[in-house]
Structures are given as C-alpha cells and as structure tokens.
Design a protein around this ligand. Structure first.
Ligand SMILES: C[S@@+](CC[C@H](N)C(=O)[O-])C[C@H]1O[C@@H](n2cnc3c(N)ncnc32)[C@H](O)[C@@H]1O
Length: 266
C-alpha cells in the first residue's frame, strides 16, 4: 500500500456478518466470508484495513463503552510515558481516528497521526492534528526524524509486527523513545480468568449493541488472547534493535505500556 491509497474504498471486500457462536463463545469465521482478519500471526493487511474502515464511525464510542471508560486513562498514561514536550516531534502510528494523537499533543509536542485505514483517519478529520495515510511496514518518513514514536492498540493488528518495530526504529532519532500501549495479560490469575470470560463471552455481546461492525470485536477478543504477554513482547522489542526495554501494567495488566530507547550509536 502507498500513502494516499484509498484502502477499503475500492470495493475490495464488502463487510458482512462473519461470526458464529461456538460453545457460548463468539468466533470470527474464515476471512473469505467477510473482511474480518484472522487473530493469529497470518493477518492479511487488506482485511485489517477494511475491518477498521467498517468500525470507524462508532470506534471511539465503542471503545469507551467496552473498556468502561478506562481507555481515557490508558491514553493519559501513554502521554505521560512518551513525555514529549514543546519542540519535539512525535509519530503516533496506527492512530486510527487520532483520539490517541490528540491526547499526546496535550504535552505540547508536534504530533502526527499515521494509519493505513483511510476510513479511520476520515472519522478523525475534525481533530486538529496532521493525519497521514501510511503503512507501518513502509513508513513515508525519512530516517531519524522523530524524537519519539508510539503505537496504541495498533501493533497487535500489524501483519509483521517485528518489521514494524524495526521501521519505527528507523524513523526515530538516536536516543529517541518508543512507547507501546497494548492489551496484555492480567498478572493475578483469578482476575485473568474473569477477564478472559469477559473477553470471549460478554464483549462480543455488548459490541453487537454499540458497534457498527460487531464481528470486528470477535477478532479483537481473539487477537488479545493470541498476543504475547509482557516479557515476551519486551523480548521482541529488544530483538528489533531497541534498548532499555521496560514495561508497566495498567488495570492489573489488561493493558501494558512498553517503553524503550533507540541506541545512541545507531
Ligand atoms: C485498534 S485501532 C487503534 C487506534 C488508536 N491508536 C487508538 O488508540 O484508538 C488499530 C489501528 O491500527 C491500524 N493498523 C493496523 N495495521 C496497520 C498498518 N500496517 N499500518 C498502519 N496502520 C495499521 C488500523 O487501521 C487501526 O486504525
């Protein structure tokens, strides 16, 4: 995909119901039935972009409902960890409707929202931040131009997230920061059990009432389950060339904020 490509508007795949119930749990059906990608590692980027085009209209509202308002707190914590101030340039990758970018910009830095779902970017066009159509695997930015890069609830959706981590490092200046805000694994076992029940049973039901494409939230639940836990993700970040990798848990580990620094010698 190239910057400016109209993903999801080219009539590539219509969105249709693509979920079935198995033993009381909602599961996404095969992607050929509709534009809902697989939750594992073999995601098709066109499915992902089309799926987000489909949820864009009510994306912000659905998030806030499904997270019981925690999304705002998670975004605030991300801004605090990015710690970008006036005079700095920040890339918010997979920014979607730019709700995450607006929060980052409150720190005073110049923040740009980049995403390959033009539907999501369009849903956020009223927000007063620059919006760029961009694929995480081939960013349309020169080397080392950002003081900090961040990605909220996006890395899990990228087809080759190791390559995206390396691409993020490429556009970050030596000594620059990375912050990843992503769903993770609750650390207290009883809480983890309750949370997984919510993810696989209640969340898809609630999404059916509030989302414009509830099937996408079946994918959400499955993709969270398939995602590496905190130490495993930290290892992948380090393997992509980042140093000083660290994380902190939010809401008992439902979300983790991973932080890292680009080596000064790069
Ligand atoms: C769950 S949304 C997160 C949006 C926003 N960051 C937030 O916190 O609300 C995930 C976003 O990742 C984007 N995305 C997934 N793969 C991408 C890729 N390869 N390049 C650019 N954006 C991508 C999707 O289009 C979608 O807008």
């Amino acid at each position: 995909m190239r910057p400016g490509d109209a993903v999801g508007e080219t009539g590539w795949l219509p969105l249709r119901a693509a979920a079935r119930r198995v033993g009381g749990t909602w599961r996404a059906t095969d992607r050929r039935v509709g534009a809902v990608p697989r939750a594992g590692l073999d995601k098709d980027p066109r499915d992902v972009a089309a799926m987000f085009d489909g949820v864009a209209r009510r994306y912000d509202l659905t998030n806030t409902v499904l997270s019981f308002g925690q999304d705002r707190w998670w975004r605030r914590c991300t801004r605090i960890d990015v710690a970008a101030g006036p005079g700095e340039r920040v890339l918010d990758l997979a920014a979607g409707t730019a709700v995450s970018t607006v929060e980052l910009a409150r720190g005073g830095a110049w923040c740009v929202a980049a995403d390959f779902s033009l539907g999501m970017l369009r849903a956020g066009r009223h927000r007063k931040v620059p919006l760029v159509g961009a694929d995480a695997l081939a960013l349309p930015f020169a080397d080392g131009v950002f003081d900090a890069v961040t990605i909220s609830f996006g890395l899990r959706n990228v087809a080759d997230f190791d390559a995206a981590l390396a691409e993020l490092a490429r556009v970050t200046r030596p000594g620059g920061r990375l912050v990843i805000c992503e769903f993770s694994t609750p650390t207290w076992r009883p809480f983890r059990t309750v949370y997984l029940e919510y993810l696989m049973r209640a969340l898809p039901e609630v999404a059916r009432r509030v989302s414009s494409n509830p099937e996408a939230y079946v994918y959400l639940a499955e993709s969270i389950r398939a995602w590496p836990d905190q130490p495993a993700l930290a290892q992948r970040v380090a393997a992509a060339g980042w140093t000083d990798v660290d994380w902190r848990d939010l809401t008992g580990g439902i979300v983790a904020l991973h932080r890292a620094v680009k080596p000064a010698s790069c």
